[in-house]
Design a protein around this ligand. Structure first.
Ligand code: NAI
Ligand code: MG
Length: 388
């Protein structure tokens, strides 16, 4: 990494530009050292150019030390085709999610989704969050049930070719049959578990509590794929004697997290399980406006709020910027500026603890604006900064 890290900003659609602007302002105020360039991505690029992820954007992201993204609008294929500029129609262009493509192109194999309940002014947690929730879901992001291998109409021949069980099923049932395949490789399972182990070690250092990773799987039913994931996790755990590896069934975990969110710290799971569990955790921690995320690979990393482009809020100035600001803090930590990350997180913590209805955005029960909440966070940076 060069002396001054380089960041690419992808504001995207809807509230994306509004919340990334807030995040950038806070990061700069917190003392982030980086050069920064903005690039286009998303719906407008699709409509005007037929390419939601323009090649020059992909190149810029490839060359950057980290990327901060807002959100992107995606629409079903038919709608996407209708909104294409007239000159581009009829050329067989197909909309593909630029986020999915970015993850694949940059091999961003681990999704890191922290969900933390923040204390509010009245002793309760902000946005009805459940006290004690402080979970990091590490989600495998390249394969699993989202690998994209799907068959819309499984016919008899195909069923015979694939598996005996499937051909029996095909014989017994009438009507259409569809199939989505889960792929699990040892390689992808091991590397994502390794990320979880490293995160658990970092957490243990910060909190002084024992390091622990919970693997969420279903190996008793999904013997092949779940079994391989389990084996991979156990193999990696050998290299981490200080980290306790726990194994839990994903369905039971969904019940336990609701009953006792404090039970979980760092969890790791395949793509679909991780997607669902992290949304559950984010819900228990106060909802989309507070949930940041990172997608990391060996060479690249992309940071974005978990939420989408929220067309219902776009242009109204009332989107909650905290998820984007916290994503920015994760970015700062990733490029080696942990002190900036900490300063931002502390400012968010204090802002939320001392907040009132006039600073909080409507999703948090207030009547404030994106601007007001952003400025409140920036003020806390200044008043609690003894180093500058
Ligand atoms: P969404 O996350 O945009 O919105 C869901 C609900 O949460 C809405 O009621 C919205 O008002 C609220 N919300 C979201 N962010 C908020 C914030 N910062 N502050 C306050 N409230 C917030 O998901 P939805 O409506 O399903 O999708 C909208 C568009 O976003 C779609 O085109 C979808 O494809 C896209 N999307 C993009 C994602 C991304 O860029 N990573 C992720 C999820 C959806
Ligand atoms: Mg999701």
């Amino acid at each position: 990494m060069s002396n001054t890290p380089h960041i690419v900003l992808l504001p995207g659609d809807g509230i994306g530009p509004e919340v990334t602007r807030s995040a950038l302002r806070v990061l700069i105020e917190a003392g982030l050292r980086a050069t920064c360039e903005e690039r286009a991505i998303g719906w407008r690029e699709w409509c005007e150019r037929g390419e939601p992820l323009p090649p020059e954007t992909l190149e810029a992201v490839r060359g950057a030390d980290a990327t901060l993204m807002g959100a992107i609008t995606s629409k079903p294929e038919g709608e996407a085709a209708r909104e294409l500029a007239p000159s581009l129609r009829g050329h067989g262009l197909r909309y593909r999610s630029p986020i999915v493509r970015l993850r694949q192109e940059l091999d961003l194999f681990a999704g890191l989704r922290p969900a933390r309940a923040w204390a509010g002014p009245d002793g309760a947690c902000v946005a009805g969050a459940r006290r004690g929730t402080d979970i990091l879901t590490v989600r495998e992001s390249t394969e699993g049930l989202y690998c994209g291998i799907e068959v819309e109409d499984v016919d008899g021949d195909y069923a015979v070719m694939v598996h005996h069980e499937l051909s029996l099923l095909r014989e017994r049932t009438r009507g259409r049959m569809a199939m989505s395949v889960r792929i699990t490789t040892e390689h992808a399972s091991r590397r994502v578990v390794r990320v979880a182990m490293e995160e658990a070690k970092k957490r243990a250092k910060e909190t002084g509590k024992p390091a622990r990773v919970t693997l969420l799987e279903k190996p008793n039913i999904l013997r092949a794929t779940g079994g391989l994931m389990l084996e991979a996790a156990r193999a990696v755990a050998v290299d981490y004697p200080d980290v306790v590896l726990e194994i839990e069934n994903i369905d039971a975990a969904c019940m336990h997290i609701v009953m006792d969110p404090a039970r979980y710290g760092v969890v790791v799971a395949e793509n679909l399980f991780g997607d669902i569990f992290s949304d559950l955790a984010a819900g228990l921690a106060g909802g989309p406006g507070l949930a940041p995320s990172a997608s990391v690979g060996d060479r690249h990393a992309l940071f974005e709020p978990v939420h989408g482009s929220a067309p219902d809020l776009a242009g109204r100035g009332i989107a909650n910027p905290i998820a984007a600001i916290l994503s920015g803090a994760m970015l700062a930590a990733h490029i080696g500026q942990g002190e900036v990350a900490l300063r931002v997180e502390r400012a968010v913590e204090i802002t939320l603890r001392e907040s009132n209805a006039s600073t909080l955005t409507p999703d948090l029960g207030g009547r404030g604006t994106t601007e007001m909440l952003t400025e409140a966070v920036m003020r806390k940076l200044c008043s609690n900064d003894d180093k500058r």
